[in-house]
Design a binder for this molecule. Structure first.
Ligand SMILES: [Zn+2]
Ligand SMILES: [Zn+2]
Length: 275
């Protein structure tokens, strides 16, 4: 018997016993449901992994890009919950986590570079986003901060101490600026404290504060006459008279002509900021 005859014969045999075969097929399918499922799954997997199939799929997708995009969009919209659920499950898998960790370690530098670039390009957008978030969640943020502070009191104190030590000059500058602004805003407060000081310093001389102020002004003029330039840099611009023994500590020497030198504005400020 040659191959052709064999084929012909089996075809004939099948046609003759069609019903019987169909019945047998059905029975077999019913009894081996799981096996068939498993097998077809595997077959599909293998089929889709074939390079020619992959190539073909790629080409097909490229040809029908727009259609696919539309379809994708629709599918995503209709299956939001399902996709979320799937993503959750996928990210919880230990092998996924392991893979992510490996990938992150491998691409650490790349990642940081990409992140940097991203932040650079989205600076303004991100800032607006943050601002909006802060505005919307003020109470929440405050509550969280409170909690954090309560939990990490010692840590925060330590950190603040460190910061203060590191930024002494910066803080001093800041306080000075704040002081100046405050004085400009509230001249009456400054005047009040000024008068208080004058009253205090005038005690040894038994003078009313207004007269004492006049006396200090004339002392200042005398010092400037004695030293017509800054004793440090020799400048003759913006001169101040400076008490060698400070008024605050030795008010009784505040009108003594030997207790004064002339300093320019800059060196006067510098000298006082040293103390
Ligand atoms: Zn001074
Ligand atoms: Zn000077």
């Amino acid at each position: 018997m040659c191959a052709f005859d064999k084929k012909e014969w089996s075809k004939e045999y099948y046609q003759k016993n069609q019903d019987h075969f169909k019945e047998y097929d059905k029975e077999y399918r019913q009894n081996n449901k799981d096996r068939i499922k498993e097998y077809s799954k595997e077959y599909q997997k293998k089929y889709h992994q074939k390079p020619e199939v992959k190539e073909h799929k790629k080409e097909y997708r490229l040809k029908n890009q727009d259609h696919f995009k539309e379809y994708d969009k629709e599918y995503r919209q209709n299956n939001k919950d399902r996709i979320k659920e799937y993503q959750k499950k996928y990210h919880q898998k230990p092998e996924t986590k392991e893979r992510q960790r490996e990938y992150q370690q491998k691409n650490k530098e790349k990642k940081s570079e990409i992140e940097k670039r991203y932040w650079k390009n989205h600076k303004d957008k991100q800032r607006v986003k943050w601002q909006n978030y802060i505005l919307k969640n003020k109470d929440k943020i405050k509550e969280r901060e409170k909690e954090y502070r309560l939990k990490n009191q010692d840590k925060i104190k330590e950190r603040e101490k460190e910061y203060r030590l590191k930024n002494q000059d910066k803080i001093k500058e800041y306080h000075k600026e704040y002081d100046q602004k405050y004085r400009k805003k509230h001249p009456e407060v400054y005047l009040k404290s000024n008068i208080k000081q004058l009253k205090k310093h005038s005690i040894p001389f038994k003078l009313p504060w207004k007269q004492y102020r006049f006396a200090v002004q004339s002392w200042s003029k005398t010092i400037k006459k004695n030293y017509p330039v800054c004793v440090i840099c020799g400048s003759s611009h913006g001169l101040n008279s400076h008490h060698i023994f400070y008024k605050k500590l030795y008010p009784e020497l505040s009108l003594n002509e030997n207790n004064g030198i002339t300093l320019c504005h800059i060196h006067h400020r510098e000298l006082h900021s040293l103390n």
